[in-house]
Design a binder for this molecule. Sequence first.
Ligand code: ARG
Length: 409
Amino acid sequence: MEYKSMHMDKALLLYSGGLDTSVMIKWLQENLSLAVSTLTLNVGNSDLVAIQEKARTLGADPVFVHDAIDEFAQGFIAKSIMANGSYEGYPLSTALARPLMAEKAVEYAHRIGAKYVVHGSTGRGNDQVRFEVSIRAIDPSIQVLAPVREWNMMRKDEIDYAKKHGIPVKLDGKYSIDENIWGRSIEGPDIEDIGKGIPEDVYEWVTPPWQAKNDHIVKISFDGGIPTEIDGEKMKLSDIITYLNAVAGSSGIGLIDHMENRVVGLKSHEVYECPAATVITYAHRYLESLILNRNETEMKMFMDWQFSKFVYGGLWHDPVMNAINAAEAEFNRDINGELKIRMSHGLMYTEGAWGNSFLYSTDLINYSSNAFDQRSSKGFIDIYGNATIHSHKRALKMTGKVEGTSLQY
Ligand code: ARG
């Protein structure tokens, strides 16, 4: 093997342990005569020991595993929290992990001198776009292979191929699942049929709201837009997320039924379970609403959307992301405070908010306070309404209608 691999081109495969990438190890060896090395990133989903063993059994060498939970939480999820990351209601869980995986793939490919980086995404989805744009942006000399796009195997063919090559196949795999601490995504034929409801065996992280029996009250503290404490206890972000996935999930929070517009122009029906992402985003938005003024809110909504669109679309490594993230950091500078949230049957209610950077002031809005002089509003309305009032008057005149009637435009 040693001797052989000296003469073979090397490929670094992003390995999940699932059927596609397991078949791929053999396929790359057999069809392209490559020396295959695997990299498995733990972003909150993997049984690293079992995956490592499996890759070894299939002849991958070296087999790398990399625990990336905190890099993922601090370098990627944190930015998304600040930007209320959401693409059409989907908290970007898979999308956020891909650029990190691409970065690590290039790093490990360099380490072993691999010419190729290989991923297991299909030609219909977004992940191929994310992997390839990022890898090629980071190191254009690396060649990316996507065997699933080429080999034209149906699931049944893959299972046959696996059996022929002694690759262990888990037969319970009805759905295509991708998960990390920010969420679990489920795709599959049983979900594609829009004429049917979502099969209940899809749900693993969230107790469906109609079955949830638990109410939970949780206090979340934010510092600079990032959650830092749960119920008064300081925790690192990845632990906060893991904790909230469990408690919010059991209260029915975080089921997302998404008719999604993919980058490649296809619509797909997908299900997500994102309890922590849902409650953290809810809390972050609530806090923002207490702290940012109207102009900031409006501009931030635009920035948030740009952030989400670029991340979803696989353009994490575009220079515009530096500008977006800088703006988001600025908007989040004063997002500090604490929120008490009740989670119940899939819904969230704020039961108190505290902080010293709130713009919201009872003094200004209160009926019995004189901090704002109501009389100034009259002059404001005179000027503010000018354009509308005068244009409408003119329109009445031109249609021959008299004042006192109204027009349908
Ligand atoms: N549609 C989602 C996205 O583009 C999730 C894709 C994850 N893949 C899966 N096999 N569930 O981010």
